[in-house]
Design a protein around this ligand. Structure first.
Ligand code: BLA
Length: 313
């Protein structure tokens, strides 16, 4: 089985504690993001050969305006893997960020590995998922192919990493039924649970990648490429991390980082524009509405059941 036994935080008496009450005030977060990046890369190297991605050269040593902040950017490719990249941001006793993603070559319809965490001394905002390439509310074959056997992951983590509450509605289109969307107090214990979840999800992604069989149908390869492009186009335009990156490295470098590193492929995997994919964001003058969401926030609770069936209220 893919799944080790459930993970619990306990106090000194060995009593189980829930996510919210566990620990208190410890911010061991930044080091754990580096630890995850290191562990994930080690695990990947055991299975395949990583080659530095051309984007690494430009962004490896990117310097923030503020010299108390450390940015770390790594990117690779490998057989079957178009791009695997990681960005961490660390400002002591302030902000800790993880943005780790892996994209398969378009010859594979593999989900996109997506691990995002934004931590301040007050809270950690986390999205961890294998983002589906196709709309799983419609494409049940895709849903069954990748998610049916993974549903136990939700059960494993739903208690300690509970649903984070209302979310930008549009984001749901990019999430799978196993998504971990959570906001928690940044205690050491909670970050241990997060680390365990990050590793579990990444191992699953690596395993799916190992098993993936190359597509030979040219039309399907094009379709996979366009599905990734749509995803990259969305995140390039609407990622919640952008304002902070802009503040850290300035607008022009932030734009480059987003389109040539974080969401590399946005200028090469397809030619449609943001408004071609998401016309509801068009303003009367033809420009893109700057609002992140047109619909607003919704989904107070997890909108999938234990079988992965979508049933929002
Ligand atoms: C907040 N980040 C959020 C939220 C989500 C995500 C869902 C909550 C706000 C909301 O409902 O939109 C993450 N949203 C995602 C992801 C996808 C998505 C991963 O649609 C994928 C499809 N976060 C980062 C990075 C930074 C960051 C790299 O991943 C900074 C460099 C910051 N995220 C950040 C901040 C907030 C946030 C500051 C809170 C402020 C806000 O909501 O705008």
């Amino acid at each position: 089985s893919l799944l080790p036994p459930p993970f619990y935080c306990t106090n000194l008496l060995g009593e189980r504690m829930n996510g919210a009450g566990a620990g208190g005030g410890v911010l061991g977060a930044g080091s754990s993001y580096q630890r995850f990046v290191h562990s994930a890369l080690e695990l990947t190297r055991l299975r395949t050969a990583l080659t530095p991605h051309p984007s690494q050269e430009k962004f490896r040593f990117i310097q923030p305006n503020d010299d108390t902040t450390v940015l770390n950017a790594l990117s690779y490719s490998a057989p079957k893997i178009r791009m695997l990249r990681s960005l961490t941001v660390e400002k002591k006793n302030s902000v800790q960020v993880l943005d780790f993603a892996a994209f398969a070559e378009p010859e594979y319809d593999l989900p996109i590995f997506c691990a995002n965490a934004f931590t301040t001394p007050a809270q950690s905002i986390v999205v961890l998922d294998l983002n589906p390439l196709y709309d799983i509310t419609v494409d049940t074959d895709y849903k069954d192919k990748y998610y049916r056997d993974l549903m136990p992951l939700v059960q494993k983590y739903s208690e300690l990493l509970p649903w984070g509450g209302k979310i930008t509605s549009e984001s749901l289109r990019f999430f799978s039924p196993i998504v971990i969307w959570t906001i928690f107090e940044p205690t050491e214990c909670n970050h241990d649970v997060l680390f365990s979840a990050l590793m579990d999800y990444y191992k699953v992604w690596l395993q799916l990648t190992d098993q993936a069989i190359e597509e030979n149908d040219a039309a399907k390869i094009v379709r996979n490429g366009e599905a990734q492009h749509r995803y990259l186009t969305w995140r390039t335009e609407k990622d919640p991390g952008y304002p902070l990156l802009k503040k850290l490295i300035g607008e022009s470098q932030a734009k480059d980082l987003v389109s040539e590193f974080l969401f590399e492929g946005v200028n090469s995997l397809g030619s449609k524009s943001f408004l071609d994919y998401f016309p509801e964001y068009a303003r009367d003058d033809g420009t893109v509405n700057k609002k992140r969401s047109m619909i607003g926030k919704s989904y107070e609770t997890r909108p999938w059941d234990a079988t992965g069936q979508f049933n929002a209220g």
